[in-house]
Design a protein around this ligand. Structure first.
Ligand SMILES: Nc1ncnc2c1ncn2[C@@H]1O[C@H](COP(=O)(O)OP(=O)(O)OP(=O)(O)O)[C@@H](O)[C@H]1O
Ligand code: SF4
Ligand SMILES: [Mg+2]
Length: 327
């Protein structure tokens, strides 16, 4: 088997937002790496920090601390000029293509915009621009008859194809996919996911694929990271995670997915309450208030990330044994 090379490594990444009530710990000490051509799925409830993580990696939100190593270089140290050049390599596909597209731009203009902004073409190179736009429309399966249509004239699936074409027009290697199918009708979701997988294979793309739905990333991820209140609570390959989830939060997320596969049948774990505030978070486990296995010490003692089996990481006192609790 061919060896894959690491493309991105995120080390101790933090993004805190100052608020009137104190610091909001949106992303708090996240670590992972992604190999070239592979996908890391990022899963968690609304407000757990998924989008902030994606944006902090791309410096659309300037990180508070940590490193984003891209091909061995920390891009957080890049000046604005170097970062502008780097933007061609690192792109984003948004959840809602409607709000991320300018309603006054045609499909052609929307796809051409990043090329003009990055200085790949000058405005007067009309023929070259049109050729590139046609090429991108063909690539994402958008019929050329829509070239002069406006976003509101298209359905959600076609609008998302524009978003994908825009992201791909600069030949990036790495793409943050921020819930790219969540706003689409179920019937269209599979088409767009298939397209994204085909494009990944064809172009060797590397994805950070954000979703609140574990079943969406199960088939397209090489690794899945589960996030809770700004932190990583579990990381494993999909097979391991679905077969042997170790963190109580992952167990609860998985038990909520209906499955016809008896191999994965598990008892339903009901999650108590809602995600608590990311402001004034406890020193210890942030999941303690909702965890059915919680001990009083869980919220007070810092949780250590441990690796109970190779490549499977979990942040829970039950697994680390730090409190003398057995799973
Ligand atoms: N610009 C900002 N200023 C202050 N707080 C913010 C900002 N952006 C996000 N937050 C807060 O950071 C936390 C994480 O938000 P984020 O949007 O990253 O979550 P998410 O997991 O992407 O949620 P969703 O699934 O709803 O998209 C939330 O508490 C949110 O309110
Ligand atoms: S550390 Fe304690 S509260 Fe947190 S998930 Fe593990 S058992 Fe539950
Ligand atoms: Mg989000």
């Amino acid at each position: 088997m061919e060896e894959t090379k690491e493309l991105l490594r995120v080390e101790h990444l933090k993004k805190y937002f100052p608020t009137s009530r104190g610091l909001l710990y949106a992303v708090d000490d996240i670590n992972f790496s992604i190999n070239e051509g592979e996908t890391l799925g990022v899963v968690g409830e609304s407000g757990c920090g998924k989008s902030t993580l994606g944006r902090a990696i791309l410096r659309l939100h300037e990180p508070t601390d940590g490193k984003v190593m891209y091909e061995g270089e920390n891009i957080l140290e890049y000046d604005s000029q170097k970062m502008k050049a780097m933007r061609s390599n690192m792109q984003i596909i948004f959840q809602d293509p409607y709000s991320s597209l300018n309603p006054r731009m045609t499909v052609s203009q929307a796809i051409a915009a990043p090329l003009l902004i990055q200085g790949i073409f000058k405005k007067n190179q009309k023929d070259e621009i049109q050729k590139k736009v046609n090429e991108m429309m063909d690539l994402v399966g958008l019929a050329r008859r829509f070239a002069n249509s406006y976003p509101h004239e298209l359905d959600g699936g076609r609008r998302q194809r524009i978003g994908i074409a825009r992201a791909l027009s600069l030949n990036p290697k790495f793409i943050v996919c921020d819930e790219p199918v969540s706003a689409l009708d179920v019937s269209i979701q599979a088409q767009v996911l298939n397209l994204m997988q085909d494009l990944q294979e064809q172009l060797g793309l590397t994805y950070l694929f954000i979703t609140h739905n574990l079943s969406v990333v199960k088939h397209l991820s090489n690794k899945i990271m589960v996030m809770y209140l700004g932190q990583m609570v579990e990381l494993a390959d999909p097979k391991t995670l679905f077969k042997n989830p170790l963190h109580p939060y992952t167990k609860a997320l998985l038990s909520a997915i209906p499955t016809p596969d008896p191999e994965y049948k598990m008892e339903r774990v009901i999650l108590k309450g809602e995600l608590s505030s990311p402001i004034n978070v406890p020193e210890g486990c942030r999941f303690a208030k909702r965890c059915v296995y919680a001990k009083p010490e869980c919220a007070n003692i810092k949780v250590r990330l441990c690796e109970p089996e190779p490549g499977h990481f979990v942040a829970c006192h039950l697994i680390s044994g730090d409190l003398g609790i057995d799973s």
